[in-house]
Ligand binder design. Structure first.
Ligand code: C5P
Length: 241
């Protein structure tokens, strides 16, 4: 397997209000970023058209729609997503039936299906409120097992839970980690945060980074810094980055 370069392990979340703003940011980041996440904010501002523009620039696209619905609806939605030429899509990993439906909907397309385990902004208290007695780590691991069983390509999981998932499921199952923060920076509304180095050390394959780059005032510089931290973390593990 050819391991992607450190630059291609960084996924920048284009959480901006307009396509114009996204275009400006992508232009400024230039060749420092190879993968972009298009999520709900941009999608509702014409972001689906921008997906084509990103593909035209040779960027890979992660469509973060976090689907959760009955199996038939999810399956048919994924079949249409597969036609868009995006590389990754997200589905909530709450139940194995939905996940199996998502995998079936993809058909023979190379689209990678990622199951969201436990949102990185949630705490143990939030889970208790939902009636869950499991810890965030236990629930994330349980949902990762379900996603694997259902045939998903990987999960979205906090860096705090990545190691347990990697240990149980092994290599080849993608772990994509949001909630990344540079040392000493604000956590915003995120709860289970880790640094880029720690996320890689714990077993993450890809890091999703939004505000630490987009609101930094110097996005290219921060993206290059994070890619270099990914490279160093790989080197510390004795991997080629
Ligand atoms: O700005 P920040 O780096 O916190 O952005 C994280 C991105 O990852 C957001 O686009 C958010 O929607 C997404 N995300 C997340 N936690 C998950 C799944 C996706 O923060 N569990």
């Amino acid at each position: 397997m050819i391991r992607p370069a450190a630059r291609d392990r960084l996924i920048v979340a284009l959480d901006v209000p307009t396509v114009e703003e996204a275009r400006r940011l992508v232009g400024e980041l230039g060749d420092s970023v190879g993968v972009y996440k298009v999520g709900l904010e941009l999608l509702f501002a014409g972001g689906l058209g921008f997906v084509d523009e990103l593909r035209g620039l040779d960027k890979r696209v992660f469509l973060d729609v976090k689907l959760l619905d009955i199996g038939n609806t999810v399956s048919r939605a994924i079949a249409n997503v597969a036609e868009l030429g995006v590389a990754f899509v997200t589905v909530h990993g709450h139940d194995v039936k939905t996940l199996r439906a998502a995998v079936a909907g993809r058909g023979a397309s190379p689209l990678k299906i990622l199951a969201v385990t436990v949102m990185t902004n949630l705490t143990a208290d939030d889970l208790r409120q939902q009636g869950t007695t499991l810890s965030t780590a236990e629930l994330a691991l349980r949902r990762a097992r379900m996603a694997h069983e259902a045939g998903c390509d990987g999960v979205i999981a906090s860096g705090q839970e990545a190691a347990a998932i990697r240990a149980e499921i092994g290599p080849g199952f993608l772990i994509v980690t949001p909630g990344i923060r540079l040392p000493g920076s604000t956590s915003d509304d995120q709860s289970r945060i880790v640094t880029p180095e720690r996320a890689i050390a714990e077993g993450a394959d890809y890091l999703v980074v939004g505000r630490p780059i987009t609101l930094s005032g110097e996005p290219r510089k921060v993206a290059i810094l994070i890619a270099s931290q990914i490279r160093q973390a790989h080197a510390a593990q004795g991997k080629r980055a």
